[in-house]
Write a protein that binds this ligand. Structure first.
Ligand code: FRU
Length: 925
């Protein structure tokens, strides 16, 4: 939820920032006005710029780009080009000189940019408008004023501006033209002042004598007039009158000089800054502008200077007021913009807050729903947990009860087992028993010991698990301890020719352990190794203590049957048994082993692969550190004595020797039996028990059993279901599918007494199912009755050949065999060369198998069956055909009529001929 909200917040803040940035930017001016000024170095032009700026306040859509050429025409040209590059929308220009500036102005105009020329003119027609004072008239007014002052007679000094600039030319022209009216007035000298004081002074120095004799000075601007006045003042020339042009309202400007009496008069020359801005705005707004705008002039002298000044002061005041108001307005505008900006921000914030509110509302609603679901789920989980806890407690209780039951039962078993074992041992010592009886007693003893071991292991496991088995460790030399235990297995190793040895590169390796417990570990692992290692295999024990290690390693390696992956994964699990695996044990030994090692703070690992072998690796601590003081026993027992109780670990090799070979080998038995049972003692016992009545073959696993079945074709097979490798059901299936063995009745034996197992057995055509432990008499009767039933069946086959195929007791392969066999014989009745070999070839079985199968299913000899069939056909031909006897003999496969006659007589007690006559007589009668 918080991530979504944060994401929304980020988006909103971003919007806000973007919006406020957008608001902050004030409106950019729409137009750029380029203003190229010939010079900005005098009050008149400064005043012009002030006028322009003041007027621009009313036109915020326009921006002024100002360039000062400092009286340099070349610089002015390049500055105009710069303005062009800066993409101006209109050009205001006051050219320094008329000629040099003309081309660049024409170029700007040609590019479609409006051009307004101010004050000085350019020598081109390519411009939009001109604004300036009437210079020609100024010249004339000046001449008129001088004439009036001097009474039409006197000498005049003229000071001119820059020669190439239009005001210079026009003012001079107006002045001259007017003077023509006054012949008594003469221009005695003309000084080139170039509009500036310095040049004026230089020219005055050159014309000082003429100046001294003159009466009046007409300077084309006030600046040059004042410069000459000061020069004359310096030189003590005080009679001269000075007239200037401009009448600027600044200090030392024309009006100031007239009021101070320095100048007699000054002609007002307006700058036109205000008019220029207004006109530019009109042009840019698309309005039509007049091409020439003449600004009016007026002469200011002592008679009107005061009024003028007052007016100017008033105007100045008004300007200041306007400027003040403008700045207030500016401030207000800024304030307004700020407020507008603020308003937008507030509006945005409100908008964002509103959006966030909506988002928050939905998020909260979703949250509430999720919380509700979570609560519901939590309640369900809690309920399930409680149920689980309850079930676990019950399961725990049940397990405990089960273990307690096992433990109690195991305790209960020990007394009766001891009471069986002890008398058995004393009976074994008794010499009055026959060797067969001794063997049986020995078998009983071995199994009692084994049972006792299982019971003891179970009890020990329970004691360790419940922490009731106190550990008493001390330091022992492992090689001596292991060698001692190995002694017990030496006999088996020799019998099975197993390479059995201890391999240790370091002498006297020690470890801390409880020898009375730890011996179970070694007995268990070694007994396993011997159980699964075949003759001529190896069982090696490696003992190692790596340098600087706190542990000792014992490795027991065998090259026996090994475990499959499933068995390996569950190797240490209590009561785990993998059906079908050869590694089938009680499920206690390895679990107990692991518990004992864990009690010693050691570890056990197993590596194994099928048919390659198994390696168990144990580690034991080399110091007493891991043990509590109570677990440490200071005085170690020096010699280890093999515990009598664990002698049962050492099992003799599984050579199956029948316990009671009651039958003499020469005696012929009517029936033969095959026993397939992996438990050697039971196998041997059954063989011994049944050997008196039947010829017995026996196998320890399914594969061996099948091999013997095909080899001997026994009359009945007894097969255990739980067999290593191929199980009993698979063996049964194979037997019943194979024509050679399909007729053999099979009785299944199993420790699993479940209905399911019985049904499965019967589905695969088992003839009987007997659960372990079984009653021997019942087993004997079952075998006998199965064999008797078979015998009856044979009789049935022989008596009613036509119904053979439909008997419910016969299985499919048997019916097929009978069909195939009779068909081969029937087809070859006319063939006197038909041999047993031919029939075997047709049926793809061996001679022995044919004889046995025909005997089993039809209870007769193969050759007898063929002769019977021939005779039967001959009888039919004798009755139903008129063929001579000799021909019938050949048609029925007899090599000669004489042989036919002999055989026929032997089976029908009369010759073929008399048989025919007798039957014919009966029909005739
Ligand atoms: C200022 C000025 C004025 C004069 C005008 C003529 O630069 O010299 O005094 O009237 O230029 O262009």
């Amino acid at each position: 939820m918080s991530t979504t909200l944060t994401r929304y917040m980020y988006v909103c803040c971003l919007l806000l920032i973007l919006f406020s940035i957008g608001c902050r930017q004030e409106k950019a001016p729409k137009y750029r006005i380029g203003f190229s000024q010939c010079t900005g170095n005098d009050d008149w032009r400064r005043n012009m710029l002030v006028e322009m700026k003041r007027q621009l306040f009313y036109h915020p859509e326009m921006q002024l780009l100002y360039k000062d050429a400092e009286d340099d025409s070349k610089r002015q040209i390049s500055q105009i080009q710069q303005l062009l590059a800066e993409k101006i929308d209109i050009l205001l220009v006051s050219p320094n000189e008329a000629q040099p500036l003309a081309p660049v102005i024409a170029e700007v105009y040609r590019r479609g940019i409006p051009v307004i020329i101010l004050d000085r003119k350019a020598a081109t027609d390519s411009f939009t408008a001109y604004i300036g004072g009437d210079n020609y008239n100024i010249g004339k007014l000046a001449a008129k004023y001088i004439a009036g002052q001097l009474g039409g007679k006197g000498r005049i000094i003229e000071v001119t501006g820059l020669p190439g600039s239009s005001p210079t030319i026009e003012r001079h022209q107006g002045f001259r033209d007017e003077l023509v009216q006054y012949p008594g007035l003469q221009i005695t000298a003309s000084l080139e002042g170039n509009w500036v004081p310095g040049k004026t002074r230089e020219a005055a120095i050159r014309q000082e004598a003429t100046i001294r004799q003159a009466d009046v000075v007409f300077a084309q601007n006030d600046v040059m007039a004042y410069s000459l006045f000061r020069y004359c003042e310096e030189k003590g020339i005080s009679h001269l009158k000075f007239i200037g042009v401009d009448a600027s309202p600044t200090s030392d400007g024309g009006i100031d000089l007239v009021s101070r009496g320095i100048l007699s008069a000054s002609l007002l020359y307006p700058g036109g800054g205000k008019e220029a801005i207004n006109m530019a705005a009109d042009i840019l707004a698309g309005k039509k502008a007049p091409r020439y705008t003449r600004l009016q002039t007026v002469l200011i002298d002592s008679s009107n200077v005061k009024l003028m000044r007052l007016q100017i002061d008033k105007i100045q005041e008004q300007h200041q007021e306007i400027e003040g108001q403008q700045s207030v307005l500016q401030e207000q505008r800024r304030l307004y913009q700020d407020q507008q900006h603020l308003l937008r921000i507030v509006a945005t914030i409100l908008g964002v807050a509103f959006l966030l509110g909506i988002v928050l509302f939905f998020i909260l609603r979703t949250n509430r729903r999720i919380n509700r679901q979570l609560k519901q789920q939590r309640d369900e989980i809690l309920q399930q947990r409680d149920q689980l806890v309850e079930m676990t407690a019950k399961a725990q209780e049940a397990t405990e009860a089960k273990f307690a039951f096992f433990t109690n039962l195991s305790h209960e078993f020990r007394t009766p087992l001891t009471l069986i074992q002890a008398p058995l041992e004393s009976l074994l010592d008794d010499r009055q028993f026959s060797s067969i009886q001794k063997q049986q007693l020995d078998l009983m003893h071995r199994n009692v010991v084994r049972l006792m071991r299982l019971v003891n292991q179970l009890l020990e496991f329970r004691r360790i698990e419940s922490g009731k088995l106190p550990l008493k460790v001390s330091e022992h030399e492992l090689p001596a301890f292991i060698t001692d235990i190995m002694e017990a297995f030496k006999g088996v190793a020799v019998k099975k020719h197993i390479d059995f040895r201890l391999i240790s590169r370091q002498p006297g390796i020690k470890a801390w352990f409880d020898q009375h417990l730890f011996d179970r570990v070694l007995y268990n692992l070694l007994s396993n190794a011997f159980r699964f290692t075949t003759d001529y295999g190896k069982v090696h024990i490696y003992l190692e203590k790596p340098e600087n290690s706190q542990e000792t390693t014992i490795r027991i390696e065998d090259d026996g049957a090994g475990m499959d992956k499933t068995t390996l994964a569950h190797a240490f699990e209590l009561f785990y048994q993998n059906r079908g695996s050869e590694h089938k044990g009680t499920g206690i030994g390895l679990a107990l082993t692991r518990e004992i090692i864990a009690l010693h703070h050691g570890t056990i690992r197993v590596q194994s692969s099928k048919d390659t072998g198994t390696t168990f690796t144990i580690t034991l601590p080399c110091s007493s550190d891991p043990f509590t003081p109570e677990e440490i026993c200071q005085e170690a027992e020096s010699v280890h004595i093999i515990n009598h109780a664990i002698q049962g670990y050492v099992e003799e090799p599984k050579h199956i020797i029948p316990v009671t070979p009651t039958s003499s080998p020469a005696k012929e038995h009517k029936y033969s039996l095959l026993i397939i049972e992996d438990h050697p003692d039971l196998n041997s016992f059954l063989a011994g028990h049944l050997g008196g009545q039947y010829e017995v073959f026996h196998a320890g696993n399914g594969a061996e059993g099948l091999q013997l079945a095909f080899q001997h074709i026994p009359d009945l097979i007894l097969c255990d279901i739980m067999l290593p490798g191929m199980n009993g059901i698979q063996v049964l299936e194979t037997l019943k599918k194979d024509i050679r063995t399909s007729h053999i009745p099979v009785i299944l034996l199993s420790a699993n007494n479940s209905e399911e197992q019985r049904i499965k057995g019967m589905q695969h055509n088992a003839d009987a199912y007997i659960s372990k432990p079984f009653n021997l008499a019942y087993l004997g009767e079952s075998i006998a009755s199965t064999l008797n039933n078979r015998a009856l069946l044979k009789t049935h086959y022989i008596a009613e050949p036509e119904t053979r195929m439909h008997t419910s007791r016969s299985n499919k392969p048997d019916r097929k065999f009978v069909n195939d066999f009779t068909a081969v014989v029937a087809e070859n009745l006319g063939n006197d060369q038909l041999s047993v070999e031919d029939i075997c070839q047709h049926l793809s079985i061996s001679r022995v198998q044919l004889y046995r199968k025909v005997k089993q299913l039809l209870d007769c000899n193969v050759n007898d069956y063929i002769l019977d069939a021939r005779v039967k056909k001959a009888r039919y031909l004798l009755l139903n055909s008129s063929l001579p006897v000799a021909e019938i003999a050949y048609a029925c496969g007899f090599s000669s009529p004489a042989y036919f006659s002999t055989v026929f007589k032997a089976r029908s007690q009369q010759t073929p001929k008399s048989f025919r006559e007798q039957v014919n007589k009966r029909t005739d009668g």
